[in-house]
Design a protein around this ligand. Structure first.
Ligand SMILES: [Zn+2]
Length: 163
């Protein structure tokens, strides 16, 4: 069922500086748990601390045709505000979404078909976040349920950076 590789979303220059920062299912916030319905990918601490300014990390579409289904700013006053969020339908059942973007690339409009390697947007800290990262989530378009992204995306290339 896994069909994406996390390295296909990033340039070879950026990939070594990225690590998973928050796992699927459970997140600790102020000593209580809230469900976390995606996997977060952020900068390695040592790399972040070496930067004089905010990072400029690009995210690309990772495989053959997808269709943009959302490209907008999402706000709620809960801990789930996604900020700038881009959703891409990749088959009849599922869409992948990437949240907290600094910016969505201007050509990424609802209805646009995107192919592998197209620039989607930039790492940011919009919405409810504690720092810049990408939130990768998988949503069932028919039921609205969120699925474990590990069933769809092979994150091993960034997990290895964490060691
Ligand atoms: Zn997240």
């Amino acid at each position: 069922m896994v069909r994406f590789k996390i390295e296909d979303f990033f340039s070879p220059e950026d990939l070594p500086n990225l690590v998973p920062s928050q796992e699927y299912a459970v997140a600790w916030v102020n000593d209580r748990t809230i469900p976390h319905n995606g996997v977060d990918v952020a900068l390695r601490n040592a790399y972040r601390e070496s930067l004089p300014h905010k990072p400029f990390i690009k995210v690309f579409w990772a495989e053959g045709p997808g269709v943009i289904t959302r490209a907008s700013y999402h706000f709620t006053d809960s801990l789930h505000a996604y900020g700038n969020r881009l959703s891409i339908s990749f088959d009849t059942q599922f869409e992948l979404y990437i949240a907290h973007l600094e910016g969505i690339f201007p050509t990424m409009r609802v209805g646009k078909e995107v192919g592998k390697g197209e620039l989607l947007g930039f790492m940011g800290d919009t919405g409810a976040v504690t720092g810049p990262h990408f939130h990768f989530g998988i949503r069932d378009k028919n039921t609205g349920e969120y699925w474990n992204p590990h069933n769809f995306i092979d994150f091993s290339a960034v997990i290895e950076n964490d060691g």
